[in-house]
Ligand binder design. Structure first.
Ligand SMILES: Nc1ncnc2c1ncn2[C@@H]1O[C@H](COP(=O)(O)OP(=O)(O)OP(=O)(O)O)[C@@H](O)[C@H]1O
Ligand SMILES: [Mg+2]
Length: 325
């Protein structure tokens, strides 16, 4: 089968001096694209990389793939991860991963949270702020956590993300509004442990615990490979807790319209209650388990990198009724 790999890699990012720090952190490295290409070739398919930009459309058409392996985060717009799925739908080319709706709902964390609340899935109480002069009255309790509504890789999450009082809250909300030009989510801070659960197809992977000396996972920690943040997999949880978290990760599939691969981040408070933080519909699959939780979880289960790519492709092929010969 011919498979086109679509991604927006860091070295092609349209960097501008106005960019906030870490603006392009969630884009792929060329190394990831090469690892995906190599795996697809190992699986006996033909693979070619195309930058996920409008200028590639004609070349993709000419290549005429049976399937696209979509890793495109997009560059601009409030649902940038949904753009490539929309284009591929218009071109009638099948692709791996979530469609427009799944990407849009997960990229906008406040919309995902509304879906969770409506369907009875646990998530921290929150409010959305658009304007610094209009902070809504709320019954949220301090400490509160301030983050942009639509970014990844902890962009906009610095050491002041936890606010203990109104003054700190206003300062941090102002900083995010001014620097990231994003809606702001303010939610109750969940004191406790942090986990992430990856899914391949319909198969939950072992749970990864993320342990950070500051209690939460900031941008500088994600950037700094020497930071004291570390991961443990399988996480030390009871069998019942493991099943519960994996079940939650599968439930979000229906609620957010996810497909083939995703990663759900959650926290557990000191009483053992889970709270879904967010869902990543294009989780990092950088080929180093120290940096990519989903890869770490897959390796822990005994899978190779190529197995991860194979499972994503098999799941998509089944949905799109494609034969893998
Ligand atoms: N309500 C909360 N309570 C405690 N910590 C939180 C809360 N919300 C976010 N965090 C911390 O901030 C980090 C980043 O938040 P979140 O996962 O929502 O954003 P992200 O930037 O999209 O991350 P990713 O890189 O996984 O896409 C979390 O890993 C967690 O440590
Ligand atoms: Mg996260």
């Amino acid at each position: 089968m011919k498979i086109a790999v679509l991604a927006n890699i860091k070295e092609d990012a349209p960097i501008s001096p106005e960019d906030p720090p870490g603006r392009w952190d969630d884009l792929d490295d060329r190394l990831t694209v090469d690892a995906i290409l190599e795996s697809i070739t190992t699986l006996g398919h033909e693979a070619k990389y195309f930058p996920a930009v409008l200028e590639s459309i004609q070349e993709i058409k000419t290549f005429n793939p049976s399937l696209c392996f979509n890793s495109a985060e997009g560059y601009f717009g409030d649902s940038r991860e949904a753009q490539m799925p929309a284009v591929l739908d218009m071109m009638r080319i099948p692709y791996t991963g979530s469609g427009v709706l799944g990407m849009m709902l997960s990229h906008n964390k406040h919309l995902a949270k509304r879906q969770f609340i409506q369907t009875g899935l646990p998530t921290a109480k929150f409010m959305v702020i658009e304007d610094i002069n209009n902070i809504p009255e709320s019954d949220l309790k301090y400490p509160m956590f301030v983050k942009p509504a639509f970014e990844g890789s902890s962009i906009g999450i610095n050491e002041f993300a936890v606010s203990r009082n109104y003054e700190e809250l206003v300062n941090q909300v102002r900083w995010v509004l001014n620097n990231l030009h994003s809606l702001v989510i303010v939610e109750e801070y969940i004191e406790g442990r942090e986990f992430t659960v990856g899914i391949l197809g319909d198969e939950p992977l072992p749970i990864v615990e993320i342990i950070s000396p500051t209690g939460f996972y900031s941008r500088s920690q994600k950037e700094d490979f020497e930071s004291e943040v570390y991961r443990v997999c399988p996480a030390k949880l009871t069998e019942a807790q493991t099943k519960e978290f994996q079940h939650l990760a599968l439930r979000v599939k229906q609620v957010l319209n996810l497909e083939d691969v995703w990663r759900m981040d959650l926290r557990m408070d000191n009483a053992g209650n889970p709270y879904i933080l967010e869902v990543n519909p294009i989780p990092l699959i950088y080929p180093d388990p120290k940096q990519a939780s989903l890869i770490y979880a897959a390796y822990t289960k005994g899978y190779t990198y190529t197995d991860v790519v194979r499972k994503i492709i098999e799941s998509a092929a089944k949905r799109w009724n494609l034969s893998l010969d």
